[in-house]
Design a protein around this ligand. Sequence first.
Ligand code: NDP
Length: 307
Amino acid sequence: MDKEIEKIKVLIIGSGPAGYTAAIYASRAGLSPIMYTGVQPGGQLTITNDVENYPGYPEGVMGPQMMEDFRKQAERFGTDVRYGVVTDIDAGQRPFKITVDEVKTLLADTVIISTGASAKWLGIESETRLNGKGVSACAVCDGFFFRGKDVAIVGGGDTACEEASSLANICNKVYMLVRRDELRASQIMKNPKIEILWNHETVEVLGDEEVSGAKVRDRITGEEKDLSVEAFFVAIGHQPNTAIFENQIDMDENGYILTQPGSTKTNVPGVFACGDAQDHEYRQAVTAAGTGCMAALDAERFLTSQE
Ligand code: NDP
């Protein structure tokens, strides 16, 4: 067991756009941040293909490449990027005691939480196999690639409704697969391009190299049919990766970290949260990066105020 205790000014937990942007700012401010990447270095963007909506990439960029660029930029200014998982935090007193990979202990004056969120999936084999080949959990990101086409979206919450509406603006037809006979969403869907299939579940996403359809089943009659679609969007909710902060940092009933409006401050002075771990509303790389910048500035100001 590693008994060495390292003392640092800024610990960044998580390596998506929020974490790397916090790292770039914190390292340029001379705070020598250490980042632990978590189990999925680079975060959600590493499981997407083209990113066309991030400013500064006029030709678009592959998600994994973009995260590689973020990492290089953070390392260029001295961020110590380490592959490891923060498994415990004692936010009860400063400096905060952090455990990494259950063995290593760190003492950090400030902590930036950028652990992100994970999309929920249906859990069927074809969904995993065709992920990034027409299967996507982000219609805002990937709908554009299917303009003029027929597509399907699963879910009946506010996200699914909003995404179905925005897909209807660019696609030819949108099938919305709702597993019950009512929506969870507050809004009513009225768009001639959207056909809601009530009480329907997905049996299989069809296609070899890319999505060519979806086999769906009526849960009442048991009847199955194939929908001819070129994209299959899953919008059944997200899970913020915040379990280790439970009972330490205030969060909402869904596990999103609560931050003070207009800042990244949590209820614990010295702990800041950015990106999707605290945002169930926008969930974009660029908004995550923006809050990552805010978190680094908030941490810097906090450290200055403590001197
Ligand atoms: P929700 O949890 O609200 O909705 C999830 C939807 O997916 C439900 O219709 C649920 O069905 C369905 N679902 C869950 N699991 C499955 C499954 N395995 N197969 C098929 N369907 C499934 O998630 P959202 O992402 O929509 O919203 C999260 C939160 O964010 C909510 O509080 C929402 O109001 C909020 N939000 C607000 C927005 C706004 O105000 N502009 C925009 C987007 C989100 P069932 O109902 O049967 O459980």
